[in-house]
Every structure is written in structure tokens, then in C-alpha cells.
Design a protein around this ligand. Structure first.
Ligand code: ZN
Length: 613
């Protein structure tokens, strides 16, 4: 199945096979020979395949798929299981291959976030658990070795028991895919997720891989058409580029399908336009030009709300591209435009830096933080309690007050030590945290907080918009626009008014526009007048009454209205916590009758609050 294709990238990969490199590099040849001899006679789980094929496979992923060419690092790939499974000792390896290889093999042998998590679960007492795992940050190169090892095993599960497959799937989803993501190795993350899903939830795997396969956007003719169309159009404009595509992981799509129609998910497939040019400035100009071509060619289908400029302002994880969403008859698709170099980073993160010869990967170092349930989370070393809380859940982040770090109360701004167990203590329900928090957090967290502040501002604008609307419509015998939206002879008219005011189908959007001043009071008044939403034309009276609950309240009201000649068109209300609230829309009450009704209600001792408009 194509979605399970290996994480192979022609641009990143070295041009030769591992065997060719081994033949040229005596150091690597030595590692090969030593590992092969050490594992001699051992087989994989099927009892037939020599164990050493796994070691070759891990080094092959590192070299052929990930483009790592350093013989010492590839030697770690070949030797990684020798201390654990053979008679070789760490000292042997150190003597023959030196410190770097020995460090790599030792670290891979020890690195096991899933075991550490199990330990945390078993040992509620942190003090004893703490002694067991190393307190150093996760070295990115060790994580790379471990991910190659895990990826090989996930692709090679045919011979192992169903129970073990499920276990591997779970640990891959919980630890290794997030680890790959934390290092920016998105291609690896997606493959691990897809491979895991078929063992952790085979039903969902079937459903979603079926949906993916049948979707018109993943049809090979559509992909071929889009690819050649984009390539040709850009070529016509003199832009040199390569067009490729990528499918999102099933896990990610499943997640998005919870809140979206499948056809509206815009990254089921995304087309990637990578522009190459001689210098940064001309690359940027070419990207802008490509963007212009897409806007022009797909004019009517572009989703204005889903344009992202991550080219000039990269995401916190370093992702960098222009992104356009098109609503095509086949469904929504995303087109990303960026430079070849940036795309390499978008796909491979830390590996892309490693390949460029940047050996100092310290900025990618990660710490482990455990949830009280023993789950593992990966963070940059500077992460504090706010970062942790927002990572777990944005709502929790907004409400967080304090945290327990290994059982001790701490301020949320405290940097969490590596390996700590952290529990967030929440406060009252709220949308956004206190102002000022935003200065002490990781960029990723800051983005989330900024969004919450925007939302808070929006709800406040909506509130003030709603007050303005209420004031205007109360002069028209209405307390709420929903009231007449629900009456069949008016619903069409109200929808038209919303359309006219740029608030298509949504009262909330109207409140927002008026609250923020995009639509003026005058605009609303003249639209209402023009459409006959006036007291004179409709002849409505609206009433709100509130008071302590008791028998006969509603009957008393209805009979009073009828006696005055009125006809109740709509009523709704509730009696909660012994308070009775009712809301009515009445027609046919003349001015005198309306006044009379108000007086009667105000005199009634059972009613605490009356509004008549
Ligand atoms: Zn292994």
C-alpha cells in the first residue's frame, strides 16, 4: 500500500548503496565484520533470517534514506545491538572504534523512554524511580540511532506475535513518533504513525486507508495532472521548480476528521513546490512569483482564510513555506511553496542540519518530562510549567495556577528539571491566562497563548456587539434576533440581512462585526428598516419575566395575554434553581394593551423582573 512507502527522499539520500560505501571505507568495513561475527548464529524472530540483517538494515536507513555519511555514525548503526545481545563489551568497542562509537552504542542500549515511563507508573514514589534513569538530556544523535532502529523493526513485524506487534505499535505512537516530531523528522513521524495504526487500531486503519485510497485527491491521474499543470505553468513564467506531493499520516487525518468533513481536510494531500535559484533573495522572489501564478490560475477556488505565510515567519518548529488552500471539486488541497533548502528542513529537521555538516546539534537536545500517569513528553531544556500545561491541553494552560514537580509545589514559570514528574494544578474556568505569561514561554506556547488572547478579545467584542444589537432591536419589539429567525415568515429575511452585512448565516458573526466596528449601527438600522423589521410593520411585543418558581406562573401569563387580545407566537424558558424565566414574542397587542400588560406584570409580587419592548 502506497501510504506505507518508506521514508525515502531522493534529495536527501546518498546516491549509492550502503554496501558500496562499506567497500570504500575501511573503518566501516571493520564495524561490519565485527558486528557480523558477533551476531553469528543469531536469528531474527522468524528463526531463519540472520540477526545481522537487522543491523545492516538500521545502517541502511541511516545512509540510503537519511543521507548520513559519517562512517562513525553508520558504525553505531551496525554495532548497536552488540553489547546487549553478544559477547562483545563496551570496552572492546571503545578499543577498536573509539569513544564516539562506544558512546553511541552504549546510549542506544540504554535509551528507553518507554521503560522509564513504565517505571514511573510502577513507582509512584519518584525518589526511587529517579535513581534509575540517567539525568542527562536526550542527545539528538542518540535519538536518531534509536529512531532508525525502531523504524526498521516497525517495518519488519511479520514474524512476531500479534501481542508484541500491538505493544510495538503503542510505544511507537506514544514515544517514538513524538520524539521524531520533536526533532523535526516529520517524514519519519508520519511513517511510524501509519505503521503503528494498523496494529493498535486495525479497524480505523482499514477505514481511513480505504477513505484515503478512494478519495479523488489521491487518484493518480489527479496527482499527475496537478503536478504537470503546476510545473508547466511555473515554467512558462520562467520559474525553475520541482513539484512533488505528500500524503498526511492516517493518525493525523483521523484526528482532523473528528471536527471536519473529509473533503474539507486540506492536507489529505499537499503539493510541494520547491523553488531553486542562486541566492536567497532571488529564491524569495521566485516563491512570490509562484504564489502569484497559483492565485491567478486557481482564482475562484482559493480559501482566503487558509493562507499561511510561514515563509517569512516560520512556525516554532522551523517549518517554513507559503501555504495556499484551494477548494477544488475533488476536495480541499494544500499547495506549499518554498525553497529546496527550507523544504529539506521541513521534512527532516535535525537530519537536514546533520547532513549539512552541522555537527553541533545541541540546540535539538531534549528533556523528558513525565505526566502523573507515566506518559513521556519531550521538551526543549528551557521549557517551564506553562509550556508543559499548554502542551498537554490548551485549556489546561489557560487555567493553570501552579504545578507539582516531583510532588513539590512550584511556580509555573519554573524551568522543569529533566526527568521530573509534573502535575498541573488548575484554577477557575477561563479562556486565556493572565497577561504577562507570554514573556516566559517557548515560541510554540506563545503562539497558543496569542490565539487565546485573540479569542478572548473576540468574545468581548461579540458581547459588546450583542448589546448594541439588543438595544437597536428592542425598539422594534424584539429582545433577540433568534426569536424571529425561528419564525418561518421572517427567517429568510433575517438570513438575507446577515448576508448583506457580511455575516453569512451567523448571528455571532454579526455581533462580532458590530462589536469590532466593521459594521456600523447605522448599517444595521438601515438594513432592518429596508426589510420591514420594524415594530410598525411586524407588530410584535416581546416580554421577559423572571421570578421565584411556583405553580401556575405560565397559565396566569397566557390567560392575561389572551384577555388583552394578544397571540403568543413563540415562548421559551426554563426553571432552574427555583428561578422561573420566560421569554415571549406576542403579536396583536395594541399600544394600550401592551402598556396594560407591563403594568399588570410589574404589580405581580411573584415576578421579580420584567422587560417589555
Ligand atoms: Zn536493534
Amino acid at each position: 500500500m502506497e501510504i506505507l512507502h518508506p521514508s525515502f527522499s531522493p534529495e536527501l539520500a546518498a546516491p549509492t548503496r550502503l554496501e558500496d560505501l562499506v567497500a570504500k571505507e575501511p573503518f566501516l568495513q571493520k564495524a561490519w565484520d565485527v558486528a557480523e561475527t558477533a551476531h553469528a548464529g543469531q536469528t531474527r524472530k522468524d528463526g531463519k533470517t540472520p540477526y545481522f540483517t537487522h543491523c545492516i538494515g538500521v545502517a541502511r536507513i541511516m545512509y540510503e534514506e537519511w543521507g548520513i555519511t559519517d562512517p562513525e555514525k553508520l558504525s553505531v548503526g551496525l554495532l548497536h545491538d552488540t553489547i546487549e545481545d553478544t559477547d562483545l563489551t563496551l570496552d572492546n568497542i571503545r578499543t577498536v572504534f573509539g569513544e564516539e562509537v562506544a558512546f553511541g552504542v552504549e546510549s542506544v542500549t540504554q535509551f528507553s523512554p518507554e521503560n522509564e515511563a513504565k517505571l514511573i507508573k510502577a513507582e509512584a514514589d519518584f525518589e526511587s524511580a529517579k535513581k534509575v534513569f540517567a539525568k542527562t538530556l536526550i542527545d539528538p544523535i542518540v535519538a536518531i540511532y534509536k529512531l532508525a532502529d525502531r523504524l526498521y523493526n516497525m517495518r519488519d513485524m511479520a514474524a512476531i506475535t500479534p501481542q508484541k506487534r500491538t505493544e510495538n505499535g503503542i510505544t511507537s505512537l506514544n514515544y517514538f513518533a513524538p520524539l521524531a516530531e520533536s526533532l523535526g523528522m516529520w517524514v519519519v513521524k508520519r511513517e511510524l504513525e501509519n505503521l503503528s495504526l494498523q496494529y493498535t487500531d486495525s479497524k480505523k486503519f482499514e477505514i481511513y486507508s480505504g477513505l484515503m485510497e478512494k478519495d479523488p485527491r489521491t487518484n493518480e491521474h489527479f496527482i499527475a495532472y496537478m503536478t504537470s499543470f503546476l510545473t508547466e505553468k511555473l515554467k512558462d513564467e520562467g520559474t525553475e521548480c520541482k513539484v512533488s506531493y505528500r500524503k498526511n499520516s492516517l493518525v493525523k487525518i483521523m484526528d482532523k476528521a473528528k471536527n471536519n468533513l473529509f473533503k474539507d481536510i486540506d492536507d489529505v494531500i499537499s503539493f510541494r513546490v520547491t523553488v531553486s535559484s542562486k541566492d536567497e533573495r532571488s529564491i524569495r522572489n521566485e516563491c512570490m512569483k509562484a504564489l502569484g501564478v497559483i492565485w491567478e490560475e486557481f482564482g475562484g477556488t482559493e480559501d482566503q482564510k487558509r493562507f499561511d505565510n510561514f515563509y517569512f515567519v516560520p512556525r516554532d518548529n522551523g517549518y517554513s513555506a507559503f501555504q495556499v488552500t484551494l477548494n477544488l471539486p475533488e476536495g480541499a488541497i494544500k499547495i506549499a511553496i518554498t525553497s529546496k533548502e527550507k523544504e529539506d528542513y521541513n521534512n527532516w529537521g535535525v537530519l537536514s542540519s546533520l547532513k549539512k555538516g552541522k555537527t553541533d546539534l545541541k540546540k535539538y537536545a531534549l528533556k523528558l518530562v513525565f505526566t502523573p500517569m507515566g506518559e513521556v513528553k519531550f521538551f526543549p531544556p528551557s521549557a517551564n510549567g506553562f509550556d508543559y500545561a499548554y502542551h498537554i491541553d490548551e485549556k489546561l494552560g489557560a487555567q493553570a495556577m501552579e504545578m507539582l514537580v516531583n510532588g513539590q509545589r512550584q511556580d509555573l514559570a519554573t524551568i522543569i528539571p529533566n526527568g521530573a514528574v509534573v502535575k498541573i494544578l488548575g484554577g477557575e474556568e477561563r479562556i486565556a491566562p493572565d497577561a504577562g505569561v507570554v514573556h516566559h514561554v517557548l515560541p510554540k506556547t506563545k503562539q497558543k497563548i496569542d490565539r487565546q488572547f485573540l479569542e478572548l478579545e473576540m468574545t468581548e467584542q461579540q458581547k459588546s456587539g450583542r448589546e448594541i444589537v439588543t438595544k437597536i432591536i428592542s425598539q422594534r419589539g424584539l429582545l433577540n434576533l433568534y426569536d424571529i429567525l425561528r419564525l418561518k415568515e421572517y427567517s429568510r429575511i433575517i438570513m438575507d440581512i446577515l448576508d448583506q452585512l457580511g455575516s453569512k448565516g451567523s448571528l455571532t458573526r454579526l455581533y462580532q462585526s458590530i462589536g469590532s466596528g466593521v459594521v456600523s449601527e447605522k448599517d444595521l438600522i438601515s438594513e432592518l428598516d429596508r426589510n420591514g423589521i420594524t415594530k410598525e410593520a411586524m407588530g410584535f411585543t416581546s416580554v421577559l419575566i423572571e421570578g421565584p418558581d411556583g405553580p401556575g406562573r405560565l397559565n396566569f401569563f397566557t390567560s392575561t395575554v389572551e384577555k388583552l387580545g394578544g397571540n403568543i407566537r413563540r415562548n421559551y424558558g426554563e426553571s432552574a434553581k427555583q428561578i422561573f424565566t420566560q421569554h415571549f414574542v406576542i403579536e396583536n397587542l395594541n399600544e394600550g394593551a401592551e402598556k396594560k400588560l407591563g403594568e399588570l406584570l410589574k404589580k405581580d409580587p411573584r415576578i421579580a423582573k420584567v422587560i417589555v419592548v
